[in-house]
Design a protein around this ligand. Structure first.
Ligand SMILES: Cc1cc2nc3c(=O)[nH]c(=O)nc-3n(C[C@H](O)[C@H](O)[C@H](O)COP(=O)(O)OP(=O)(O)OC[C@H]3O[C@@H](n4cnc5c(N)ncnc54)[C@H](O)[C@@H]3O)c2cc1C
Length: 406
């Protein structure tokens, strides 16, 4: 008998879910309101495959340990879903140096203890398994180092070389789209916004509407909701409990040409507080930066996205804001990397972060420090997947698979 699934949202999570369902013999309809898949939060950001280092403020360790496991599953599960080996060397950025800022929210001793716990988790997970971190199986996740000469020593209390890298999300997108196109049982329905999901005799009816007002009705046995910022609105419609108190953050980032001052440094993440990071990707000839105080432009309670946020996420950025972001990011990061020359901005990106609570990153009990809710919630053929992080999407898909077929 034909098995049918509707996957709502064609970001990294929806695409992984669609590939997994297709492998199980489903005819999949992949619905997105954008004109193509992988165009929103899953494109052109840091692309960091988190090994947990930035989540030291979650004292329970749950977020950090989850990130290590999600990161070690990222490559293996993605390769399985795409049925191909991925060219990790070409996709990886330079490794991150972590700079512990002098007025960090955590002390050096706390950070070292925390990093050691991540390292132990990584070793335990790698032992006796085929897991890997983007093609590598590191012996050790971090080591304390002298502060590198390119980093302002007067502002840094301690430096650590780590194994953590970012992936080139644009190139990875290209490879994922190729894999999707090779699977005729996955039918994209693009340019259609999901308006409602209703139970029906066959399972569910998904009602969508195109930008020109054309409605469409899609029947399927199961529904997988991967709508990111719109996800819990649809969950509520079908009566699924939404326990977390989510909020939405609008954050910008800058894709930069790799000038000599950037080519001379490692990727950099500054912890713990409202600082930022730099991703250096020689293979792509680019860098990426996001200085938190300049780049966070909105924090609101969960609800519909303001029209201006939608426009920003669709790439509509006024020249004055582009200038302000370039100058603010450069000034902020130059306090730590004094040799940085003014940035040549190739692209300004904006995205929505779904996290808990309205407390900002500078507050110790901010929900922003925690990403460890159960990723899959299900009822009667309806599955809702809370991506959490780009890093987590493949492993979330394994958990979804277990929920569906266990
Ligand atoms: C600035 C920024 C930096 C980040 N950096 C990192 C990082 O370095 N590492 C990391 O692991 N994570 C990072 N994240 C988080 C990560 O980007 C997200 O967790 C992840 O991309 C979410 O994937 P997704 O598929 O759920 O969402 P998306 O990629 O946004 O996909 C959801 C899809 O649903 C569609 N959609 C939404 N509403 C509707 C509707 N009503 N009808 C139809 N379609 C709809 C959208 O068009 C979109 O294509 C960052 C996020 C941001 C914003």
């Amino acid at each position: 008998m034909k098995k049918t699934a509707a996957v709502l949202g064609g970001g990294i999570q929806g695409v992984c879910a669609a590939l997994m369902l297709e492998r199980h013999g489903f005819d999949v309809v992949l619905i997105d309101r954008a004109a193509d898949v992988l165009r929103r939060a899953s494109l052109t950001f840091e692309g960091k495959i988190h090994l947990g280092f930035v989540y030291g403020m979650d004292r329970s360790l749950r977020t950090g340990l989850r990130m290590v496991d999600d990161a070690l599953h990222f490559g293996p599960i993605l390769e399985q879903l795409m049925a191909t080996r991925l060219p990790w060397a070409r996709l990886r950025s330079r490794r991150n140096v972590y700079g512990l800022v002098r007025d960090s929210q955590l002390s050096r001793a706390e950070v070292e203890r925390y990093f050691a716990a991540l390292d132990a988790e990584c070793r335990a997970s790698l032992a006796g398994s085929d897991l890997h971190y983007l093609g590598e199986r590191p012996d050790r996740l971090f080591e304390p180092i002298e502060t590198p000469p390119w980093l302002a020593a007067d502002r840094i209390a301690a430096s650590f070389r780590t194994e953590e890298v970012s992936v080139d999300q644009v190139e990875l997108r290209r490879l994922i789209v190729e894999a999707l196109r090779a699977r005729p049982r996955i039918a994209p329905v693009l340019g259609h916004a999901v308006e409602a999901v209703e139970p029906s005799a066959a399972g569910f009816v998904v009602r969508t509407r195109a930008a020109d007002g054309t409605p469409r009705r899609i029947e399927s046995e199961i529904v997988v909701n991967c709508l990111w910022e719109s996800r819990t609105r649809v969950d509520r419609q079908v009566g699924l409990p939404v326990e977390a108190d989510y909020s939405l953050r609008l954050k910008y980032g800058l894709l930069l040409a790799l000038d000599d001052s950037l080519a001379a440094i490692d990727s950099l993440t500054l912890i713990h507080g409202p600082f930022g990071n730099l991703v250096v990707s020689p293979a792509a000839g680019t860098a990426f930066c996001s200085w938190y105080p300049s780049s966070l432009k909105g924090l609101i309670p969960y609800g519909p996205l303001p029209a201006a946020w939608e426009q920003a996420c669709d790439g509509d950025v006024a020249p004055a804001l582009r200038r302000e972001l370039a100058e603010g990011n450069h000034a902020g990061l130059r306090q730590f990397v004094p040799a940085l020359v003014p940035f040549e901005v190739l692209k300004v990106t904006a995205g929505v972060i779904v996290a808990q609570g309205l407390r900002d990153i500078s507050e110790r009990d901010s929900g922003f420090h925690s990403r460890c809710e159960p990723p899959v919630v299900a009822r009667d053929g309806y599955y809702s997947v809370n991506t959490g992080k780009y890093t987590s999407a493949p492993r979330n898909t394994r958990l979804l698979e277990q929920a569906l077929f266990a």
